[in-house]
Design a protein around this ligand. Structure first.
Ligand SMILES: Cc1cc2nc3c(=O)[nH]c(=O)nc-3n(C[C@H](O)[C@H](O)[C@H](O)COP(=O)(O)OP(=O)(O)OC[C@H]3O[C@@H](n4cnc5c(N)ncnc54)[C@H](O)[C@@H]3O)c2cc1C
Length: 276
């Protein structure tokens, strides 16, 4: 059943929600923690908090699935959410924001500072987009087309995040903010690493709050994959140099020079921690 409010609609199923989205110009409203600071232009909202399909947390053999309207707190309390995701979620804002803010809103806001999105980048997660014509699965790296530009059609919603289970166990996560809590990322870093029989089987890094879109360069990380630790040590400076060239920071409250230097320091720390 759909509840009609003065400022929008509250559907109780995904089908109702998508039907409304296809017919009207409605702004999806999940936790409202980003929308609440925007000027109210009198538009109508599509409230997402009562849709069970968007609240599901589940798994199969290969993947974890997180409904887009899951709040940060719900994921922090879930036994299925991996430690790397919890490390980032626990550093978001303060309890009141974590109780209402959602991963769908974090992604849908289109910011490279989004702390959960960083983890979805480094884990090569994909987004399920649901619309009136059906569903499609898009790798998160392809979903972001630029600053606040998303590959999302007017009739579509982000309905789920699919995260591969492989490679999640050995990770590093760093958030640089102006203070220890309630700080938006000035810079953030996440890395995953795996080694088997002396050879590197996986290496993935991502940098948040540096450019218009979170940086994830599989082509550069492949420089280390397949190498032994001694060979990776020998390739370390070339790997760091490749990132030095690839990272083109935007200027904001902190300088581009600071952003780049800090990114490279976080990358070096990650490599040290992984024995390289
Ligand atoms: C005080 C404060 C501190 C904050 N600290 C942090 C922080 O430390 N780290 C951080 O990452 N963020 C932080 N934020 C930003 C915000 O809390 C997050 O981005 C949060 O995840 C937004 O989720 P939401 O559900 O509240 O989104 P909403 O405000 O409901 O929506 C945000 C945007 O996403 C769209 N949207 C929502 N759901 C969907 C969907 N399913 N499909 C498509 N589009 C959708 C909306 O239309 C809107 O454009 C902070 C905000 C505040 C106010």
């Amino acid at each position: 059943m759909v509840t009609i409010l003065a400022n929008g609609f509250v559907p109780e199923s995904l089908a109702e929600c998508l039907e409304l989205k296809a017919k009207r110009s409605l702004t999806p409203y999940a936790g409202g923690t980003d929308l609440m600071i925007e000027e109210d232009r009198g538009g109508q909202y599509l409230f997402l908090h009562k849709i069970p399909e968007l609240k599901r947390i589940r798994e199969d053999d290969d993947n974890l699935y997180f409904g887009a309207a899951c709040t940060f707190t719900e994921l922090l309390e879930s036994a299925l959410a991996p430690a790397i995701l919890k490390a980032a979620l626990s550093r978001i804002a303060a309890p009141a924001i974590r109780n209402t803010g959602t991963i769908g809103g974090n992604i849908g806001n289109g910011s490279a500072k989004a702390d959960s999105a960083l983890i979805f980048f480094v884990t090569d997660s994909a987004l399920k987009l649901s619309g009136s014509k059906g569903e499609r699965l898009v790798p998160i790296q392809d979903f972001y087309l630029g600053r606040k530009k998303l590959d999302l059609q007017p009739d579509e919603l982000i309905s789920e995040v699919r995260m591969p289970k492989k490679w999640l166990s050995k990770y590093d996560y760093q958030k640089i903010g102006a203070r220890k809590s309630l700080a938006i990322s000035r810079l953030s870093f996440a890395g995953l690493f795996a080694e088997e029989n002396g050879a590197i089987t996986h290496c993935a890094v991502a940098f948040g709050a540096v450019s218009d879109v979170i940086i994830r360069r599989k082509d550069l990380d492949s420089l280390l994959i397949g190498k032994t630790i001694p060979d990776a040590k020998a390739a370390k400076s070339a790997y760091i140099k490749a990132y030095e060239e690839a990272i083109v920071p935007i200027r904001g409250r902190v300088s581009a020079e600071y952003r780049k230097e800090t990114c490279l320091n976080l990358l070096k720390d990650f490599l040290n921690k992984m024995g390289i």
